[in-house]
Structures are given as structure tokens and as C-alpha cells.
Design a protein around this ligand. Structure first.
Ligand code: ZN
Length: 209
């Protein structure tokens, strides 16, 4: 939703709600973990009101453990936080679980997949950032494909069915390669909202599965 028109948030949310997209991805930025500020609880609540879809909330904020419960109360079905942003990873995972939402952790492009060792069995999803977090409209970092393959291998070896999500620079042109590498969920912002027909762009990406 970062690429939606916030002056017409209800319209844009309902457009996605009526599309074949399965989840709605919501990027929360605090201006500290990333050099940009997006929005918080009131906007999430407004999106929750306008859609029945699964709300996938991606926190790019420091000390996420302080806020995760409130994001669930505001409507999040999944809360994902950056392992680089929390010194209390286990506590943060437990707080999300207690709130009744699914748990995701995310890594920036420079953080290796090996940093997830010891955490993987405790989370439902891993979000691999395929651009530096903080801004929409950036180009996909090709090495992200290797990280998806490596993570899928690590999850398989541990007998886990970890959901792998990829976020940043994704469009119909690289969706097939990402699904082939082992991704389950692709996040798309500017490629959807910038398309002449956003609903058709979503269909194209999903048809690449
Ligand atoms: Zn995101």
C-alpha cells in the first residue's frame, strides 16, 4: 500500500480487495530504522475497515517489541519485524504470538540468510528485502534470488514449511524467477499502482507461479 494514493486510500484499498491479490502488504517506517516515515495505526485501521483480506504488516521500526501488540489490535493478521532492529528477537516473536497474529522476520539486503539460524523454527514467515528498505520504486537486487534459494534449502533441511516473502522491485518481469527460486509471497507496490491496469498486473504476477 506504500504506493497507493493516500488521498484515495479507501478507493485504492477496495481496488486491491477486489483483485486476485491474496494479501495486502503494509509498510510502516519510523524515520529511524529507515530514512523515511510512512504511517502508523490510524491508517492501518482505515485499511482494515476497507478490506477483508489478510493484512501483512511490515515494520521498519526500531524496538518493534514495544509496538507489535498495538499493530495486531489495529488489524494486522501477520506482523513482520527486522531482526536488525530488535535486540529482543525472542521477546518480540513471543509478543506477536500472544497477540494472536502470525509472525514474520525480515532481513535487509546486506544481512546474510545465516543470521536466521536459531530463529527459523519460531516464525511463520521470512521476508527477504530485495531493495534497501525505506523507499518504494527501487530496482530489484538480483542477488536476492540466491538468498531465496539458500533460505528454501535451509528450511527444507530443517523440515520447516517457512513462508518465504520477497519485497522490493518486483513486477511481472521477475515474478517467475522468484517463484522458481522458492518464494511463496511476492510484494509489489509501484509496479501495481503504476500500471495502466493494476488488477491485470496482479493477475500476470500470480500466473507466473
Ligand atoms: Zn514491505
Amino acid at each position: 500500500m506504500l504506493s497507493a494514493d493516500f488521498g484515495h486510500l479507501d478507493r485504492d484499498t477496495k481496488m486491491i480487495d477486489g483483485s486476485s491479490a491474496e494479501w495486502i502488504h503494509i509498510d510502516v517506517m519510523d524515520g529511524v530504522f529507515v530514512p523515511n516515515i510512512s504511517f502508523g495505526f490510524p491508517v492501518l485501521k482505515a485499511i482494515r475497515k476497507a478490506s477483508a483480506k489478510f493484512l501483512d504488516v511490515h515494520l521498519m521500526i526500531v524496538e518493534p517489541e514495544r509496538y507489535v501488540t498495538r499493530f495486531v489490535e489495529a488489524g494486522a493478521d501477520m506482523v513482520t519485524f527486522h531482526i536488525e532492529a530488535s535486540r529482543h528477537t525472542a521477546e518480540c516473536i513471543a509478543a506477536i504470538r500472544r497477540s494472536g497474529a502470525k509472525v514474520g522476520v525480515s532481513i535487509r539486503p546486506k544481512t546474510p540468510v545465516s543470521a536466521l539460524q536459531g530463529i527459523l523454527q519460531d516464525v511463520d514467515m521470512v521476508l527477504i528485502m530485495s531493495v534497501e528498505p525505506g523507499f518504494g520504486g527501487q530496482s530489484f537486487i538480483p542477488e536476492s534470488l540466491d538468498k531465496v534459494r539458500e533460505l528454501r534449502g535451509m528450511a527444507d533441511a530443517a523440515g520447516l514449511d517457512t513462508i518465504i516473502e520477497v519485497d522490493g522491485g518486483i513486477s511481472a518481469s521477475n515474478a517467475a524467477a522468484l517463484f522458481d527460486a522458492g518464494a511463496d509471497v511476492l510484494v509489489a507496490g509501484s509496479s501495481v499502482f503504476g500500471a495502466a491496469d493494476p488488477v491485470e498486473e496482479i493477475d500476470k504476477m500470480l500466473n507466473a507461479r
